[in-house]
Design a protein around this ligand. Structure first.
Ligand code: B12
Length: 301
C-alpha cells in the first residue's frame, strides 16, 4: 500500500492549506481525496494526492510549498514570536502565509480579542512605524491592511451567522476615515460572542449611521475613529447622531486612535474602549448571549 512517497496526516494538510482538520477528513470520507488508513484507522494522504486536490481547489503556490515542506509551516516559526513572523510576512506581502498564520493562531485558541489587541494592533503599529521612517511605502501599508482584512473576513464569515434571537450591533468608521481593520475586529469579537452584526464599513457619514440606527434599532452601536479631519464638524454630526440613536434605545460605544481624552470630553456615549477587550466586556454586560459556536472556538471550516 505504502509507495515511496511521503504520506501526510490530516493535521499537516489542514495546516498547510489553512483549513480545518474536519474539512480534510470530509474530503477523504467523500472520496474527493485518496488516502490510506493505518492500523489505528488514521487517515494518511499521499503527498501527490494532497497536491492534486490543492491545485484543483485553486490553493496558491505558497500553500502547495507548505504541503511539500519546501517552506516551513508558519505556525512552527510563530511558536517563537507570532508578531515578528506576521510583521515579516506583511512586509514581504506574503498573503497566503499571513492568512494561514492568523487562522492557525485562531484555531489554536487565540480569541478575537487577543488577535486584535495582542497581534494585529501591535504588528500594524510596526508597519505604521515603517512608513513613518520611510522603510515602507504607503502602498505597502495598503497591501498589509488588505491581507489582514481578507484573513479577518474569512474568520467573520465562518464564526457567526446572524441569528434572529441574537442582540444586534451595527458599526462603522465616520466620514473621511478609511480605516477598516478595527471595524472588522469589532465585528469578529461580537460575532464570536453570539451577537448579530451589521458592519457598515468605513467612511460613513454619521447622519447616515443615525438612519441605520432608526431603521435597525440595534442594541449596540460601535464607532471606531482612527482619523479625524475636522474635529468640530465631527462633534456636531456626532451629537445629532447620538440623539437619534439614544431615542431608539441603542447603547453607543466609541474607540479608535483619533479619539483622545480632549475630544471625548465633548461627547456623550455609553462607553469608550482603548482595546477590544473593553468592547467585549461592555457587550457582555449589555446582553449576555451564548457564543455562536462551541465553548472554545467555532469550527473554522
Ligand atoms: C494601515 C494604516 C493606514 C492606511 C489605512 C488602510 C485601511 N483601509 O484601513 C492608510 C494608508 C489609508 C492610512 C492613511 C493615513 N494614515 Co495611517 N496608519 C495605518 C496604520 C499602519 C495601521 C492602522 C490599523 O489599521 N491598525 C490596526 C487596528 C486594529 O489597530 P487600532 O486602529 O489601533 O485599533 C485598536 C484600538 O484602537 C482599539 N479600537 C479601535 N477602534 C475601536 C472601536 C471600539 C468601539 C473599541 C472598544 C476599541 C477600538 O482596538 C483595536 C485593537 O486593539 C497606522 C499605524 C498605527 N500605529 O496604528 C497608521 C497611522 C494611524 N496613520 C497615520 C497617518 C498620519 C495617516 C495619514 C494622515 C497619512 C497621510 N498623510 O495621508 C492618512 C490619513 C487617512 C486618510 N484620510 O487618508 C499615523 C497617525 C498619526 C496620528 N496620531 O495622527 C499612524 C499612527 C502612522 C504613524 N506611525 O505615524 N493609514
Amino acid at each position: 500500500m505504502i509507495a515511496a512517497e511521503p504520506y501526510l496526516k490530516t493535521q499537516r494538510v489542514a495546516e498547510a492549506l489553512g483549513i480545518s482538520v474536519s474539512t480534510v477528513k470530509r474530503w477523504v470520507d467523500s472520496g474527493m481525496i485518496r488516502a490510506a488508513r493505518t492500523a489505528g484507522r488514521h487517515r494518511l494522504i499521499p503527498c501527490s494526492e494532497a497536491l492534486r486536490v490543492a491545485r484543483e481547489q485553486g490553493f496558491p503556490e505558497a500553500n502547495l510549498q507548505l504541503l511539500t515542506g519546501r517552506m516551513a509551516a508558519p505556525t512552527k516559526a510563530a511558536e517563537h514570536d507570532p508578531l515578528d513572523l506576521l510583521e515579516r510576512l506583511l512586509r514581504e506581502a506574503r498573503g497566503p502565509e499571513a492568512r494561514t498564520l492568523i487562522h492557525s493562531l485562531y484555531r489554536s485558541g487565540w480569541s478575537a480579542v487577543a488577535l486584535g489587541d495582542d497581534l494585529i494592533r501591535p504588528v500594524m503599529e510596526r508597519i505604521g512605524h515603517g512608513w513613518m521612517v520611510g522603510s515602507l511605502d504607503v502602498y505597502q501599508e495598503h497591501e498589509a491592511t488588505q491581507i489582514v482584512a481578507d484573513a479577518l473576513r474569512d474568520l467573520v464569515d465562518r464564526v457567526g451567522r446572524d441569528r434572529p434571537e441574537a442582540p444586534l450591533a451595527i458599526g462603522t468608521n465616520p466620514e473621511g476615515d478609511p480605516y477598516v481593520l478595527a471595524g472588522l475586529l469589532c465585528e469578529l469579537v461580537l460575532r464570536e460572542m453570539g451577537w448579530s452584526v451589521r458592519n457598515l464599513g468605513c467612511n460613513l457619514p454619521l447622519q447616515s449611521l443615525a438612519q441605520a440606527a432608526v431603521h435597525h434599532r440595534p442594541r449596540l452601536v460601535y464607532i471606531s475613529v482612527a482619523y479625524l479631519g475636522d474635529e468640530d464638524q465631527f462633534i456636531r454630526e456626532y451629537q445629532s447622531f447620538f440623539a437619534r440613536a439614544a431615542a431608539v434605545g441603542s447603547a453607543v460605544i466609541l474607540g479608535g486612535q483619533a479619539l483622545g481624552p480632549g475630544i471625548r470630553s465633548r461627547l456623550i456615549y455609553a462607553s469608550h474602549g482603548e482595546r477590544l477587550a473593553h468592547l467585549a466586556e461592555f457587550a457582555r454586560r449589555l446582553a449576555p448571549v451564548s457564543p455562536a459556536g462551541t465553548p472554545e472556538h467555532p469550527e473554522v471550516a
